[in-house]
Design a protein around this ligand. Structure first.
Ligand SMILES: [Zn+2]
Length: 375
């Protein structure tokens, strides 16, 4: 890695860096008043930019899941198309219509756009922590549900009067309690099967809480994605947070299980949730035209037969992607010859979108991604 702080000074002196995606002057004005971050656990850039993989679409998932042939056939019918453009749009229609035309997408390495994690471990807790704190801390080296020694940008913002009580995080995986440091952070963190009881129970929330208690649990530490999504939606409508996190997990779970069909279904549902979330906030005066949506995974995955896995021994699993949509992000669409951008830049980017300088307190954090701040 190049020395970022030196580069920043050098660039602003020469007025050379605007549009580089790396470092430049952070604009003083911004229209964003709210930020929503959605993370799709272990969602590969390969499917995001190319759609379903020809070599994997016909593979049958684990026999134990049942109906393996029918699942694969249905996935093929739903997501297989002849061209990359058609396939990716069939898989993630919101990303490839609204975000591609009004926002930015980084990470298509075939077009020279690099996005990656810097933690060297390529698994979840280090990936989320790097993304949310801006720092790849070597102490963060396991997926154990232990309190994060670092402060996330969510906790940092919640400590400011204008954001206090206006920050919340929802996730499928119970380890988000640790990643956000639920005991210390001072805002709502609701993960996995935990019912949300801190706001008045709407009929919808009561039903979600009931389903969390009654639905079959395939993974003991991770609920199906509809649980955190609908919990977050009810919270958003009631409390109108300025900074909201939603962590979806099924893409990673089904990939580890070896079910390509369900991995694609989870990606498709995640995209549908982005659409629902975006349409909801654009219908609310508190959010309309002043909310930025950021979407990314916590790590990538392997290639070929290694698509199910990720980690230090699978170098490709450091490769990620990022999508941005909002009033400060220029409509540059799918980026070519851009970046590199890293997950460690997200924390400072979130803060910059909200007019705050995260690196004033955490200078070792990655720099804001200027390309999404300069409309
Ligand atoms: Zn995983």
């Amino acid at each position: 890695m190049f020395p970022k702080r030196v580069t920043a000074k050098f660039c602003s002196a020469l007025f050379l860096c605007l549009g580089s995606g790396l470092e430049a002057q952070i604009p003083q004005t911004h229209k964003t008043e709210n930020v929503i971050v959605v993370m799709l656990d272990g969602m590969r850039w390969e499917e995001v930019f190319h759609g379903a993989d020809a070599a994997l679409i016909k593979t049958l998932g684990p026999a134990g899941l049942g109906a393996a042939k029918e699942r694969a056939a249905l996935a093929e019918q739903r997501y297989w198309r002849e061209s990359d453009e058609e396939r990716r749009k069939a898989l993630m229609p919101f990303l490839w219509s609204v975000v591609a035309s009004q926002g930015e997408l980084f990470g298509n390495r075939d077009l020279g756009s690099d996005s990656h994690v810097t933690n060297g471990l390529n698994f979840s807790y280090p990936g989320y922590s790097e993304t949310l704190t801006g720092i790849a801390d070597p102490r963060v080296s396991s997926n154990d549900n232990t309190p994060n020694p670092n402060v996330t940008v969510f906790e940092w913002l919640n400590a400011k009067p204008e954001f206090a009580g206006k920050v919340a995080a929802f996730g499928a995986w119970e380890v988000f309690d640790g990643i956000f440091n639920k005991q210390r952070c001072g805002f709502v963190v609701n993960a996995s099967y935990e019912p949300l009881t801190s706001i008045p129970p709407t009929p919808e929330l009561a039903l979600v809480n009931q389903l969390k208690a009654e639905t079959v649990r395939i993974w003991p530490d991770e609920a199906f994605d509809p649980m955190p999504f609908h919990t977050a939606i009810e919270y958003l409508k009631e409390k109108k947070p300025r900074l909201l996190f939603l962590g979806l997990g099924e893409t990673d779970d089904w990939a580890h299980a070896g079910s390509y069909a369900e991995y694609l279904n989870a990606a498709h549902l995640g995209d549908e949730y982005l659409k629902e979330l975006w349409e909801l906030v654009q219908s609310m005066p508190e959010y309309k035209d002043k909310t930025t949506l950021i979407v990314l995974p916590d790590h990538g995955r392997g290639l070929g037969a290694q698509w199910t896995s990720h980690g230090k021994k699978i170098p490709e699993s450091r490769e990620t992607w990022m999508a941005f949509l909002g009033p400060d992000t220029p409509a540059l669409g799918e980026r070519k010859q851009a970046g590199p951008v890293t997950e460690s830049q997200i924390a400072a980017t979130i803060a910059a979108l909200l007019g705050e300088d995260y690196r004033a307190d955490y200078p070792q954090a990655g720099a804001p991604i200027v390309d999404v701040l300069n409309r």
